[in-house]
Design a protein around this ligand. Structure first.
Ligand code: ADP
Length: 531
C-alpha cells in the first residue's frame, strides 16, 4: 500500500526532485514522512486498506501562484504526477488523496486569501484555499450583506467545490454556475486568465463570465488540465426573507402531478432554490411492513402503499420548499405555491418556518443552517448515528418526472435486491432545475469483503443507469473509469476528445492522471486499476 516514490521514478531522482521543491517553498512545506502522508489518505476511501487505495508520494504546500508555477515547472521537467487539492476535504469523492498512486499532492490550503469582496457588485475574488467558514466569517465580521451558498460540510473550499460542480441548497446551489473568471497554472507552468481576466487590469473579470471566443472555464471544472489559483465567485445578496415549508402528498399515484408542479414552479423561479424530494414512507426500510412491500418483485398496487401510508401516518412524497426574496414577494410565492399544489387531493403543508434578515444565527434551527448560508459541520452528526468509517454516494441524474423516478427506483432497487440488500425509495435534489440528482449512500466498512461487494453494486448501478440513458455527474475516484464509460456515444467520442485535450495541454501527463477516467497518453490503457 505504501508508495513513497512516483511510479517509474528512481528514488534518487525523486529525492533530487524533493530538494528542488524545497528550494521553492522551503523544507517545512514539503511533506514526505509516513506520518504526514497519512494525512493525505482518503479517510472515506472505498478501497481503505486495500492495495488499490490511492496514496501520495509527497505533498507540497505553496503559498502563492508564483510558487505553484515554479513547482509545476519542476514537476513538468521531471515528469512527476501532481494532484492539486484546495482544502482536501472532498470526502466521499476522494478526499485529499490522489487519483493515481504515487502522485505528489499540491496542497493549496495556504493560498487562502480573500482578494476582493465587492459588496455593491455582489461578488468575490478568491484563492482556492478559502473555505466556506472563512468567507462567511469575513462577510459577517465586515457586515457585508452577501450570502455564501455553502456545501455540506462548510470546511471545504468555495472554489474547489464549485470546480467539482458541487451543489448547495440555496438560490445559487449550482456552484459551478457561480464561478466567474479563473486564473490557472497550466501543466507547463504558464499562467492564464480566462474570460475578462485576460484583459489586463480588467475590472470586469469577476463580474462578467463571457469574454471573446470559446468559453474555456468549463475545461477546468472536474478537470486535469490546469491548477486554479484564483476565481471570481458570484454571491447571493442577503434576502429580506426566507420561507421554508414542507409539502406532502399522500397517494402513491400523486407522483406525476406532484413533480410536474415542482418543475413548473422551478421554471417560473417561484421555487427559487434547490428543493429536495423524498418519500418518508417508502424510505422507511427499518419498518418491517414497509420493507415487506419494498422487497416484493411484482408490482405493488398503489392502494397498498396508500393504506400503509395511512396506517403509518407517513406521507408518500415530501418536498422541502425554500423561497428566497423580499418579504412580500416571498408571501406571494408561498400563496401561489399552495394554490398550485392544492390541485392534488389531500395535499398538506407543514413545518412552515419564516426567517427574516439579518439572521440571528444562534436561533436558526440546525437543519436549516446550510440552506440559510451558515456553514457548519452538522452533517457529521447525522452520520454519527450509524457506526461507520465514512461514506460515498452513487449519484445519477435522472429526469425530474414521475415516470423516470418510478423507473429509476425500480431498476436500482432491483440491483440492490439481487445483491441481497433492501433499499428504500430514493428521491433527490432539484438543484439542476430540470433534473433529479439521486443519492444512494454506501457506508465504508472495516471489512474489505463488504467494501468490495459494495463496489460491485455501484458498478452494476452505473451500468444499469447507462442502459436507461442516465449517468453520474460526479463520482468517487474508485468509479471514475466506470462512470466515464457511460458517456459512450459514438465509440466514446467524448472521452477521445478529452484525451486529445489532455495530450495537447498536458503532454507529459503530469496533472491528476486518470481524473474522471481521462488518462494521459503516457498511462492510457496500462494504468492497471480495476475498471
Ligand atoms: P474541497 O475543498 O471541497 O475539500 P478538495 O480540495 O478536496 O475539495 O478538491 C477536490 C478536487 O477538486 C481535487 O481532488 C481536485 O481534483 C480538484 N481541485 C481542487 N482544487 C483545485 C484547484 N485549485 N485547481 C484545479 N483542481 C482542483
Amino acid at each position: 500500500m505504501a508508495v513513497n516514490v512516483p511510479p517509474t521514478m528512481r528514488p534518487e531522482r525523486f529525492a533530487a526532485a524533493l530538494a528542488a521543491f524545497e528550494q521553492i517553498v522551503g523544507p517545512q512545506w514539503v511533506f514526505h514522512s509516513p506520518e504526514d502522508l497519512a494525512l493525505y489518505r482518503d479517510a472515506y476511501s472505498p478501497y481503505w486498506g486495500e492495495l488499490q487505495e490511492r496514496m501520495a508520494a509527497a505533498a507540497l504546500a505553496p503559498a502563492t501562484a508564483d510558487e505553484v508555477q515554479a513547482l509545476v515547472r519542476v514537476a513538468h521537467r521531471l515528469q512527476i504526477p501532481l494532484h492539486p487539492i484546495s482544502t482536501g476535504r472532498n470526502l466521499g469523492y476522494g478526499g485529499a488523496a490522489p487519483i493515481y498512486s504515487g502522485s505528489v499532492i499540491l496542497d493549496l490550503k495556504r493560498l487562502n486569501r480573500i482578494l476582493e469582496i465587492n459588496a455593491e457588485g455582489g461578488y468575490a475574488l478568491l484563492e482556492p484555499g478559502v473555505s466556506y467558514f472563512d468567507l462567511y466569517r469575513h462577510l459577517n465580521e465586515n457586515r457585508i450583506p452577501l450570502w455564501v451558498d455553502c456545501a455540506e460540510p462548510g470546511w471545504g473550499s468555495v472554489v474547489a467545490n464549485a470546480l467539482e460542480r458541487g451543489i448547495g441548497h440555496g438560490p445559487m446551489c449550482d456552484h459551478f454556475a457561480s464561478l466567474c473568471g479563473l486564473e490557472i497554472v497550466m501543466a507547463d507552468g504558464e499562467l492564464l486568465r480566462t474570460g475578462l481576466g485576460a484583459v489586463p487590469d480588467s475590472s470586469l473579470w469577476a463580474r462578467c463570465k463571457y469574454g471573446l471566443g470559446p468559453y474555456l472555464d468549463g475545461l477546468f471544472s472536474q478537470s486535469s488540465l490546469g491548477i486554479v489559483t484564483k476565481a471570481g465567485v458570484h454571491l447571493y445578496r442577503e434576502p429580506e426573507a426566507v420561507q421554508l415549508l414542507t409539502v406532502t402528498a399522500h397517494h402513491y399515484d400523486d407522483l406525476d402531478e406532484f413533480l410536474q408542479i415542482v418543475q413548473q414552479l422551478r421554471d417560473a423561479r417561484i421555487l427559487n432554490a434547490d428543493a429536495p424530494i423524498v418519500s418518508p414512507l417508502m424510505s422507511a426500510v427499518s419498518d418491517a411492513d414497509v420493507a415487506a412491500l419494498l422487497s416484493r418483485t411484482d408490482d405493488v398496487a398503489a392502494g397498498q402503499w396508500d393504506q400503509l401510508a395511512t396506517a403509518k401516518a407517513l406521507p408518500l412524497y415530501a418536498l422541502s420548499a425554500r423561497l428566497f426574496g423580499p418579504a412580500n414577494v416571498v408571501a406571494a410565492q408561498m400563496e401561489h405555491l399552495k394554490q398550485r399544489f392544492s390541485a392534488i387531493a389531500g395535499i398538506s403543508f407543514t413545518d412552515a418556518r419564516l426567517y427574516r434578515t439579518p439572521l440571528n444565527a444562534a436561533a436558526v434551527d440546525a437543519t436549516d443552517r446550510t440552506v440559510l448560508g451558515l456553514p457548519n459541520l452538522l452533517a457529521f452528526n447525522a452520520l454519527a448515528t450509524t457506526p461507520n468509517h465514512g461514506h460515498y454516494f452513487f449519484g445519477p441524474n435522472i429526469p425530474l418526472t414521475g415516470e423516470a423516478v418510478r423507473l429509476a427506483n425500480r431498476i436500482f432497487m432491483g440491483v440492490f435486491r439481487q445483491s441481497g440488500q433492501i433499499r428504500g425509495w430514493v428521491g433527490g435534489n432539484s438543484c439542476f432545475p430540470k433534473t433529479l440528482t439521486m443519492l444512494y449512500p454506501f457506508l465504508i466498512s472495516e471489512e474489505v469483503a463488504r467494501n468490495r461487494a459494495n463496489r460491485e453494486i455501484v458498478r452494476k448501478l452505473i451500468l444499469v443507469a447507462a442502459e436507461h440513458g442516465w449517468a453520474e455527474y460526479r463520482t468517487p475516484v474508485a468509479f471514475m473509469d466506470a462512470a466515464m464509460n457511460s458517456y459512450s456515444f459514438n465509440d466514446h467520442a467524448l472521452r477521445r476528445l478529452n484525451e486529445t485535450l489532455k495530450d495537447a495541454l498536458d503532454p507529459r501527463g503530469i496533472l491528476s492522471p486518470g481524473k474522471n477516467g481521462i488518462w494521459p497518453k503516457t498511462l492510457r490503457n496500462r494504468h492497471g486499476y480495476t475498471k
